[in-house]
Design a protein around this ligand. Structure first.
Ligand code: NAI
Length: 328
């Protein structure tokens, strides 16, 4: 079976090519172009395609893919808010994903963002390079003894909670489901988490109920001087309200790996272009904001887990087996 990869970057090709000999039944075809209704129409002789969080896997794209003979969509990521599952199911197109390929990869990046904004590493790096060894403006706070609020305590949230606990923080969490493995974490209501946390880290999925979870109202309930980190999905935060909060000096710092305007435009040429999206560019203008380019997943371990599970998913489809990673 041939699988056409969309938005394939060099690191994708490397990690999939490293293991492809173990899957002689599969032929991998890598396209740099991003998936959209238009590019879907170029697919030929592929029963499967492989897409990413940045891909447009909406109804129109799925219809075009179906017309081109595609019956399997392999998401090489955990999130699937960009996939129209109803349309895929209606057309009999199976969708599979890679849940929890390396929660630690994302959680460690979330903590890296929190620490970087806290200790002003982005400023310190530039200052020292310019031979300025002054400590002016670089004062941070101890995380030790402070309260970390984890919103969404699934795989990644749990990994982040463990890291925060390891730092000597009191860890509180908000989730519709209580994770029994986190006996050091106290579950509280969202308002209490907002009011008590010195560090708030978002790890719930983007759904209708979580869209714009961080808005003027929830920001107003946070402690002054809070650090906010979002490595989950941009749509969890209402960017204009976040900017208003930053302007009012609500935040000690903000670390974002994902942004509301994250569309395929953001990802086009991401290997060599500087991102200059309007509201993201506004966020970048604040000295206490660090933005990374949806890279939290990007570790060797995560890439290798993603490639293995994705190709195992393809094999399960070929053999008509259940993989436990199917979305429909
Ligand atoms: P998970 O499914 O293991 O955990 C999500 C948790 O959120 C669950 O415990 C669920 O009960 C909870 N939740 C659902 N609705 C909620 C609500 N309204 N309020 C609070 N909690 C709620 O998912 P996992 O693997 O931990 O991933 C979390 C998110 O991280 C993904 O949905 C994805 O958007 C994002 N992600 C980001 C990556 C990056 O590179 N930046 C990479 C991988 C995932």
């Amino acid at each position: 079976m041939r699988i056409t990869f969309f938005a394939a970057k060099s690191y994708d090709r490397d990690s999939f090519n490293r293991i492809k000999d173990r899957y002689p039944e599969l032929e991998l075809e890598y396209w740099e172009t991003e998936l959209s209704p238009k590019t879907a129409s170029y697919v030929q002789d592929s029963e499967a395609i492989c897409a990413f969080v940045s891909s447009d896997v909406g109804a129109k794209t799925i219809q075009v893919l179906h017309d081109r003979g595609v019956r399997l969509i392999l998401m090489r990521c955990a999130g699937f808010n960009n996939v129209d599952l109803d349309e895929a199911t209606r057309l009999g197109v199976r969708v599979m994903r890679v849940p929890g390929y390396s929660p630690e990869a994302v959680a460690e990046h979330a903590m890296a963002l929190a620490m970087a904004v806290n200790r002003h590493l982005h400023k310190a790096y530039l200052k020292v390079r310019e031979n300025n060894f002054s400590l002016q403006g670089l004062t941070g706070v101890n995380f030790y003894g402070k309260t970390a609020g984890i919103i969404g305590t699934g795989r990644i949230g749990a990994a982040m909670a463990r890291i925060c606990y390891g730092f000597g923080m009191k860890v509180i969490g908000y989730d519709t489901y209580h994770n029994p493995d986190l006996n050091f974490l106290e579950y509280v209501e969202l308002d209490e988490l907002l009011a008590k946390s010195d560090l708030i880290s978002l790890h719930c999925p983007l759904m209708e109920s979580t869209h714009h979870l961080i808005n003027l109202d929830t920001i107003s309930k946070m402690k002054d001087g809070v650090i906010l980190v979002n490595t989950s999905r941009g749509g969890l935060v209402k960017t204009d309200d976040l900017i208003a909060g930053i302007r009012e000096h609500k935040f000690f710092g903000v670390g974002l790996d994902v942004y509301e305007e994250e569309t395929q435009n953001v990802y086009e040429n991401r290997e060599d272009d500087i991102l200059m999206h309007s509201t993201t560019a506004r966020l970048l203008s604040f000295p206490n904001v660090i933005v990374t380019s949806h890279q939290a997943f990007l570790t060797e371990e995560a890439l290798s887990a993603i490639s293995q599970v994705t190709l195992d998913n393809a094999m399960a489809y070929l053999k008509g087996e259940k993989a436990g990673t199917e979305l429909n």
